[in-house]
Write a protein that binds this ligand. Structure first.
Ligand code: ADE
Length: 247
């Protein structure tokens, strides 16, 4: 899968996506990341990429022309046959989640437009953007970190990027339950013991304990997710029992 990032800070993108699983996937050619500086396409002698907002108000607005030129440069260079999906990162977008990551991972080419300043001229968004996406209900200084978050989550869904061992975590999130707690050596650390069941070697009991821990954690921190989780009759009863104990 090929990612193209239109940004004022290409080094930030390339550096940030060169570690761990993403770095490995790029080196193995399973994904590619090209980050292009919008400023390189400014025809202004001072290389300006923004201007004052019509109607007045604080801040600057990124201009249409350099952004569209960056986009066209990438499309022409890569000889894209059909119009690619172009994600504009904005807190006004649809909120990103695992399901969206899976859908975007079906694309062969995916573009990101990272805005800065107070925003981007709406006309260039209308002309090239296909998806407006937010990574959560807070405001970042620009779209770069948000695009990196998306590229990380999407890449993990591209076949071959994760090893079999690594894929297991993602599958469990798809069941709409949070992960169970993990422990490693030593058995006791500063007076805190590893739960006895994990030392028992009894695999069925361990599985059941982990599943119950996942259910309890999800109920405590993300109860809205539980509504979408498929719990067995026994698990429902277990959860009801715990709720009663607490009230
Ligand atoms: N740009 C600024 N804030 C953002 C957010 N929350 N998500 C995506 N892009 C953004």
């Amino acid at each position: 899968m090929n990612f193209y990032v239109m940004t004022l800070f290409p080094e930030m993108i390339l550096e940030g996506l060169s570690y761990s699983i993403l770095g490995r996937a790029r080196r193995a050619g399973q994904i590619s990341v090209e980050a292009v500086n919008i400023r390189d396409f400014s025809e202004d002698k001072h290389k300006h990429v923004d201007d004052y907002p019509y109607g007045g108000g604080a801040g600057m607005v990124m201009s249409c022309e350099p952004i569209e030129k960056t986009y066209r440069y990438l499309c022409d260079k890569r000889k894209l046959r059909s119009r690619p999906r172009v994600v504009y990162l904005t807190p006004q977008g649809k909120v990103f989640d695992q399901q969206m990551a899976k859908e975007f991972a079906q694309e062969e080419d995916l573009f990101f437009l990272c805005g800065h300043y107070e925003g981007v001229d709406e006309r260039v968004l209308d002309a090239i953007v296909t998806d407006r996406v937010s990574i959560g209900d807070y405001v970042l200084s620009g779209g770069e970190l948000a695009s990196m978050v998306m590229i990380d989550a999407i890449s993990r869904m591209v076949p071959g990027v994760l090893t079999n061992e690594e894929s297991k975590d993602t599958e469990s999130f798809e069941g709409n339950l949070l992960e169970y707690p993990q422990y490693t050596r030593p058995e006791e650390w500063q007076g805190r013991r590893v739960p006895e069941v994990l030392l028992s070697g009894h695999h069925a009991k361990i599985e059941q304990w982990r599943r119950e821990q996942s259910i309890l954690r999800t109920w405590e921190t993300r109860p809205e997710l539980l509504e979408k989780a498929a719990l067995s009759q026994k698990e429902q009863e277990f959860l009801e029992g715990r709720k009663k104990q607490q009230s």
